[in-house]
Design a protein around this ligand. Structure first.
Ligand code: GTR
Length: 424
């Protein structure tokens, strides 16, 4: 693999040789192939959807089903029970401004039971607070250096060698993701935050459905070639299980839960938001291929490269489109449209060309007519906004300067936008 970086990292070219369909990675708009996007507002019978009743009754379910079948596999609708045990870790965090809690959740289905741990930080002395809800990469104890935060999953800790990504919960990493979870900023603005470790729901390697919550929701024997849920679906289920706690909690406002995620967890936040409409707003940060970016542009990470690198993230059927994006009957603009009429935010970063910022922006722009049938008349930008200049409509976008990450700038923009769209 060779790499050449030309001018501010905006145009980068390298040969990606790790996938079946070996081909040059596209990092130049001039090389984007011609493509036609499937129409969001035309249903399978060829009729145009012109009002939100038709959208909700016919087109939305059709699109959701296409994503289940072609891309992610379904988020399980299997019956389950979930019980919660709450422990207060600190009622005087941040000089008394915040309360930190751990909630151990026990989930039971006909196939068995398993547990996971939620870390929940909320402003002290407040009720009905909006709550950012998202998974973390390496354990709840990484989001803050508070010493009492439990490293919950011994099992995950002990299976380190199997993790292809290195996102393993271990004691050395206490507080190491602090910059990605600016607790004080959130508390100062009256927001709560609830998170859980994604590896508890499904360890990030191809485990043949054996580990994490896969056996509970898609037991061994589930036919992987058909409607099997990939890891993203199981992670999305995990976010919904956190919402199960929050909707019954006395501090959080069940009408103002915000699904948020960065990168593969941004893909997860979108797929969760599409399925679980209890989330009143959805934020995708640098989610890229299989998230907010249009697959048919083949820019940066492609369907073939993501399926080869991460064979467990998606439904097996998604492999069918490796190098054949033109054949995809859906594209990611339709995933974003599934958030309508709820506020949705897509954030990109200038140096994250692998995630195709332009493709993320164009996908979002395609949702404007869908929000239109709900009565939102937007002044959506016609071209990619300049770096660090957000557009904060009901479908919001920003292109942050810098690398693939979630930073204080991103959070400031998300808070400002939530203040605008999730008003009391
Ligand atoms: C990359 C992957 C992206 C993105 C990212 C992440 O390696 O190619 O799709 O999800 O990982 O999650 O950090």
């Amino acid at each position: 693999m060779k790499s050449i970086v030309i001018s501010l990292g905006l145009i980068i070219a390298f040969t990606f040789s790790g996938c079946n369909n070996e081909r040059e990675t596209i990092y130049d708009e001039a090389n984007v192939p011609e493509y036609t996007l499937p129409a969001t507002l035309v249903n399978s019978t060829g009729d145009t959807v012109s009002n939100y009743v038709e959208w909700n009754q016919t087109r939305r379910p059709e699109i959701l089903e296409m994503f289940e079948k072609e891309v992610y596999g379904p988020v399980s609708e299997l019956e389950y029970q979930v019980g919660f045990a709450v422990t207060i870790l600190s009622d005087s965090l941040l000089n008394g401004k915040a309360v930190m809690k751990e909630i151990e959740a026990v989930v039971t289905t006909a196939n068995g039971r398993d547990t996971f741990m939620i870390l929940y930080v909320h402003p002290a002395g407040m009720k009905k607070v909006p709550v950012f809800t998202g998974l973390n990469f390496s354990g709840n104890h990484t989001i803050d250096s508070f010493p009492g935060i439990t490293i919950h999953s011994e099992w995950v800790r002990n299976s380190e060698s199997k993790h292809i990504t290195g996102n393993v919960a271990n004691p050395e990493s206490r507080g190491t993701s602090k910059s990605r979870w600016p607790l004080e900023l959130l508390i100062n603005h009256g927001y709560g935050v609830a998170t859980a470790y994604y590896g508890e729901f499904d360890p990030d390697y191809d485990d043949g459905f054996e580990n994490g919550f896969h056996p509970l929701f898609a037991p061994p024997g589930t036919d992987r070639t058909k409607h099997s849920p990939g890891s993203i679906s199981i992670w999305a289920k995990g976010m919904s299980l956190i919402a199960d706690y929050l909707v019954g909690d006395t501090i959080s406002d069940p009408t103002r839960l915000i699904a948020l995620g960065h990168s593969r967890l941004g893909k997860t936040a979108l797929w969760c938001g599409a399925n679980d409409t209890r989330f009143a707003a959805v934020i995708s940060n640098n989610s890229g291929c299989g998230g907010a970016a249009l697959s048919k542009r083949e820019f940066g990470e492609t369907v073939g490269s993501i399926n080869n690198m991460f064979p467990h993230w998606f439904n097996d059927r998604f492999n069918h489109y490796n190098g054949k994006e033109k054949k995809l009957p859906v594209d990611q603009h339709m995933l974003l449209a599934l958030m309508a009429p709820r506020p949705v935010y897509v954030a990109s970063a200038t140096e994250d060309q692998w995630a195709d910022p332009m493709g993320e922006f164009l996908a979002l722009s395609e949702t404007v007519p869908v929000y239109g049938i709900f009565g939102y008349d937007q002044d959506f930008p016609e071209t990619l906004p300049p770096a660090d200049k957000p557009y904060d409509g009901i479908t919001a976008y920003h292109l942050r300067s810098g690398p693939h990450d979630i930073t204080a700038f991103d959070w400031h923009m998300f808070i400002r936008w939530c203040n605008k769209w999730l008003v009391d």
